[in-house]
Design a protein around this ligand. Structure first.
Ligand SMILES: Cc1ncc(COP(=O)(O)O)c(C=O)c1O
Length: 438
């Protein structure tokens, strides 16, 4: 049994010769048709993650819930259309994401606009479109929004993003609920209370709920319960009866075989129990809960497929295997020392395994997809597949070294649909001055 397949999409198989398929389609044939590197999203895996979460909420929480996809994990027009058709809402953080959500057919009533520094054009667009809700991050944004709303003479639905002072165990860059965070209105120094009072006394802003997001790639569910308790305590202190409440997203996924696996059911049970208790003792109705999973929904559904190029030994004996992608399509290892596994897509490994390093093709020594792993001898043109590539890879990708972003396919029921075509340096792009000759 090829243990590593557990990390791949649920439809991943190997044929008797060890050739990998996803949703019944050969990775080799897909690369022959669409080129390399290639990103794949397996529809069945995404749908199964969503179903698990929905089922848990239906069974556990009586206050009503909505699942709102965190677009930042990976967004494109085609992905957005699929998310909208699955009945999801969407959490966006920029004008680009707002516009894609609109084009994809999301109802404005299912859109939440986050971010710690929304620009005036972004706010005006969101107001004009009539989204519910703008999630106000700070007092300066609150004042700005009130001014814009009064100018437009328009009532705007808002939530406030609260920093509860809850620290989670995760990479420092993904902690967002601690008092030192750049996000939200801290409870401990009174800014959160001031925000609620300001919003409640505003003629133009309609405060409908509170939001927090304690971090990303989180496995322990207790900090969520604690954050919700603090939000309810804050609401009570300000005599604000919450209609809606959001604990954000952040549920972790497994990147390595010995990583922990987040338990979505435990997540839901822990939050439901905390809210039943807190609201019950105050005689409050349960608020509607809005969950914002990103990584949990799309992480495992995604796979990155690379072709091997140059191979060599470093003078200290490391077998260096270079692939045709790297930090431009997946900056996570370079940014956060994120760990991954890789598998040969055309065969099972055989022969002597060498101490190897899987590196990218870009001009940084830090461009190492997996700094150390075991690999057999590999050849130019062999395919290497990296699982759990669905979140925060392409959405954080760049054109470093003028790299073209890879093509992205949606695989479902034996079909491959192009969600994003490969960028092409021969097409006029952002790097040209339109008024100048090529
Ligand atoms: C406000 C908010 N909601 C949801 C998410 C999604 O987090 P994750 O992808 O870890 O579920 C994020 C991620 O940064 C976020 O900032």
């Amino acid at each position: 049994m090829d243990e590593v397949l557990k990390l791949f999409p649920i439809t991943t198989r190997r044929d008797p010769k060890g050739r990998m398929t996803i949703a019944g389609q050969s990775l080799r044939e897909l690369v022959q048709q669409y080129g390399s590197p290639l990103y794949l999203y397996d529809g069945a895996t995404l749908r199964s993650q969503l179903a698990l979460l929905r089922k848990a909420f239906e069974a556990e929480y009586r206050g009503g819930f909505e699942i709102t996809y965190a677009a930042k994990a990976y967004f494109s027009l085609e992905m957005a259309k699929r998310m909208a058709s699955m009945g999801l809402g969407v959490d966006v953080v920029s004008l680009g994401e707002l516009k894609i959500a609109g084009k994809a057919g999301f109802s404005p009533k299912r859109v939440h606009f986050h971010g710690n520094n929304k620009t005036v054009p972004e706010l005006l667009f969101a107001m004009e479109w009539g989204i519910s809700d703008i999630v106000v991050d700070n007092l300066s944004e609150l004042v700005l929004l009130e001014f814009l709303a009064s100018e437009k003479k328009k009532i705007i639905n808002i939530w406030l993003r609260i920093t509860p002072g809850v620290k989670v165990e995760t990479h420092q860059y993904w902690q967002t609920g601690d008092i030192a965070s750049k996000f939200g209105l801290p409870i401990n120094d009174g800014q959160a209370s001031e925000g609620i009072r300001f919003a409640q006394s505003s003629r133009w802003l309609k405060l409908r709920g509170l939001h927090t997001h304690v971090g990303s790639q989180v496995f322990d569910t207790q900090p969520y319960a604690e954050a919700l308790r603090r939000l309810i305590g804050l609401a009570e202190q300000e005599e604000f009866i919450l209609a809606e409440l959001s604990p954000g997203g952040g549920l972790g996924v497994q990147y390595l075989l010995d990583d922990k696996m987040a338990d979505a059911v435990d997540w839901v049970q822990t939050m439901s129990a905390a809210l039943e208790h807190e609201c019950g003792k105050r005689g409050w109705p349960l608020p509607k809960l809005l969950l914002e999973p990103g990584r949990w929904l799309v992480g495992q559904a995604g796979v990155a497929v690379y072709s091997v190029g140059a191979v060599k030994f470093s003078s200290d004996g490391m077998y260096i295997v270079a692939v045709d992608g790297g930090m431009a399509d997946n900056p996570r290892p370079a940014m956060y020392q994120a760990h991954y596994v890789a598998a040969l897509a055309d065969r099972l490994p055989s022969g002597v395994l060498k101490r190897a390093s899987l590196v990218g093709k870009y001009c940084e020594s830090g461009d190492q997809l997996i700094p150390e792993l075991k690999l057999p001898e590999v050849y130019r043109g062999e395919l290497i597949a990296m699982p759990v590539a669905g979140a925060y890879q392409l959405s954080m990708s760049s054109n470093y070294n003028m790299a073209s972003r890879p093509a992205v396919l949606w695989l479902e029921e034996g079909r491959a649909e192009v969600m994003q075509r490969r960028e092409n340096p021969d097409e006029r792009g952002w790097w040209v001055n339109d008024s100048a000759q090529d």
